[in-house]
Design a protein around this ligand. Structure first.
Ligand code: RB5
Length: 148
């Protein structure tokens, strides 16, 4: 599986922790869409880079981070086909895969330390979509909102 990762200046350290976790997964290829230094950048630009990789079929999933995770998740969810879940706990991360088939995980670099964030990433990667009828129906309805 290919994962595209990106952050703004508010989550640079968190991105480094997440990259370490991803390196534990031998079946995951990672593309880092930046940012690469502390210089201020606009989080919608990073969300666009990562989410367009998914939309264009060049990555299956994404991980995005900004200071709170809020702005970058809002931006990500504007892109067609994206289901970005802002998670600050392991339970939500697991449910975002199992029930919502989230294709983008979002976290806040000023919200989470490296320990909790690493557990969230592992839970998100290790959980499959449940494929239950009701969840599929709800996701279809959710995605249909993009065209209304
Ligand atoms: C940048 O200072 C900050 O606004 C951004 O990282 C994020 O928290 C926005 O939601």
């Amino acid at each position: 599986m290919k994962i595209c990762i990106g952050c703004d200046h508010g989550a640079l350290e968190l991105k480094h922790s997440v990259l370490e976790v991803l390196s534990e997964y031998k079946d995951i290829q990672v593309e880092d869409a930046g940012t690469f230094n502390k210089e201020s950048v606009d989080y919608p630009d990073i969300a666009e880079k990562v989410c367009h990789k998914i939309k264009d079929g060049q990555a299956e999933r994404g991980i995005l981070m900004c200071g709170t995770g809020i702005g970058i998740s809002m931006a990500a969810n504007k892109v067609h086909g994206i289901r970005a879940a802002l998670c600050s706990d392991v339970y939500s991360a697991r449910m975002s895969r199992e029930h919502n088939d989230a294709n983008v995980l979002v976290m806040g670099g000023r919200v989470l330390g490296p320990g909790p964030a690493s557990e969230i990433v592992r839970a998100w990667l290790d959980t499959e979509f449940s494929n239950g009828e009701r969840h599929k129906r709800r996701i279809e309805k959710m995605m249909a909102l993009e065209n209304k």
